[in-house]
Design a binder for this molecule. Structure first.
Ligand code: LLP
Length: 415
């Protein structure tokens, strides 16, 4: 999402150095052009194979309203996982008729909101949830379209924290409870079983795991057929890997052609829920090197951004490439790069070779997905601003939080 010209770093036509002066560090920067490319890269092979297929962007990857609006206007629906995410979508498009709603623990109020907004489909993850929905649908005398999210017992062999398809995971209804769930929905007058949904995990690097998942789903379609139950939609989740360093990525052409071949006899509308593959490499985090220190044979470089801005290295041992945007050191130094947070895990990475020292600007790549959306106020740090670059224009799409905002919900008592 950036390029180098005469030793200067640009996002599209904007000098990153200039942005740092204007917005102060740390901040997130995104390229609109890259977003367009990513969307096209998935849309074309998907829609070529399934002209009426639905791309439901996983809001959790990056839920900025400007991005949601852009995606909505460019043919995407959404995968939401909370009442808050439903409200975000409602804010930008005033309806939820292209939204699927996943998650193990939707509250009564959240379900009620989804139903009153006439959501496209609720992906149910337990028998109890289906009973809750039946109750709410009766209370309001409203029909509700459901999918059963199944746990296919297929592990995509990613980091254990983001593997949702393995048998032991908390997500979805186990294969051997699927029929019970389907019959329960069938027996409820106001509920209709519209689909089956499945999401095996995130950072999936090989199509074969999706092929295995699809085999399981086909077994379920056959089972439904035996019971004279016919559905219209098959939601096959997201999880397509991006390249942080050495990872493989998914060949969409291969994946969707396979989906088409297998699904040919069923006449279903497929849904996919990509998040990271649409927004991950669109964004970067720009920070400043505040201090360096040498001890125990380590060269530390401390940035003004940390796990509060990008928690992935601390949470999943994720490796993000780090480059220096300005270079005040004549020599390359191998740094351990950390942040300001009082946690030993607040380290972005070891062995980053940089011609940089105190005062230089540092860029952390691939922070577009699960960067801002997982940011926190730990250590009472205001969240950093988000800036979108469109050609030569920089658009502030999210302001830096004010420190005083951070305690505006608190009530001080004299005790
Ligand atoms: N659909 C469902 C039901 C999901 O739970 C997720 C992600 C997605 C779609 C989108 O997955 P994606 O295409 O973005 O991989 N914080 C972690 C990732 C957690 C993903 C949670 N679910 C990370 O930073 O790697």
């Amino acid at each position: 999402m950036y390029h180098i010209k005469n030793n200067d770093f640009y996002c599209e036509e904007v000098l990153l150095k200039d942005l740092a002066t204007k917005y102060k560090t740390p901040f997130y920067v995104y390229s609109l052009n890259k977003l367009k490319q990513n969307l096209e890269a998935i849309k074309k092979p998907f829609l070529d194979n399934f002209p009426n297929g639905m791309i439901c962007y996983a809001i959790k990857a990056n839920s900025n309203l400007t991005f949601l609006k852009y995606l909505s206007q460019n043919g995407c629906g959404f995968d939401a996982v909370s009442g808050g995410e439903l409200e975000r979508v409602y804010t930008i498009q005033k309806h939820l008729n292209n939204v699927v709603y996943s998650g193990t623990t939707k509250s009564y109020e959240e379900l009620e909101k989804a139903i009153l907004y006439d959501i496209f489909m609720i992906n149910c993850e337990s028998i109890s949830e289906i009973k809750h929905i039946a109750e709410i649908s009766q209370k309001h005398n409203k029909k509700v379209r459901l999918a059963i999210r199944v746990n296919p017992a297929v592990s995509p062999k990613t980091h254990p924290n983001i593997d949702t398809g393995n048998k032991g995971a908390k997500f979805g209804i186990a294969m051997d409870h699927f029929l019970e769930a389907a019959l329960l929905i069938k027996s409820s007058e106001l509920l209709s079983l519209q689909g089956i949904s499945c999401h095996i995990g995130s950072m999936v690097e090989n199509e074969v795991y999706y092929f295995e998942m699809l085999n399981q789903l086909v077994d379920l379609l056959e089972l439904l057929k035996k019971h004279d139950i016919f559905i219209s939609h098959l939601d096959m989740g997201g999880g397509y890997a991006i390249q942080y360093t050495q990872e493989n990525t998914i060949n969409f052409e291969k994946l969707f052609t396979h989906y088409k071949k297998v699904l040919e006899p069923y006449n279903l509308i497929p849904i996919i829920e990509p998040g990271r593959s649409i927004i991950g490499n669109v964004g970067a985090l720009v920070a400043k090197a505040v201090y360096t220190k040498q001890q125990n044979n380590r060269n530390f470089m401390f940035l003004d951004a940390g796990m509060t801005e990008l928690i992935r290295p601390a949470l999943y041992n994720a490796i993000h490439k780090i480059v220096a945007i300005t270079h005040s050191s004549p020599l390359s130094v191998s740094y351990t790069i950390g942040g300001p947070i009082c946690e030993s895990s607040d380290i972005f990475r070891d062995n980053a070779e940089l011609y940089a020292t105190e005062g230089d600007l540092i860029l952390i790549e691939n922070a577009g997905a699960y960067g801002y959306s997982m940011a926190s106020n730990y250590n009472t740090r205001p969240k950093a601003p988000e800036v979108l670059i469109d050609g030569a224009k920089d658009l502030l799409i999210n302001k830096r939080e004010e420190i005083s905002d951070l305690w505006k919900t608190e009530i001080i008592h004299d005790l």
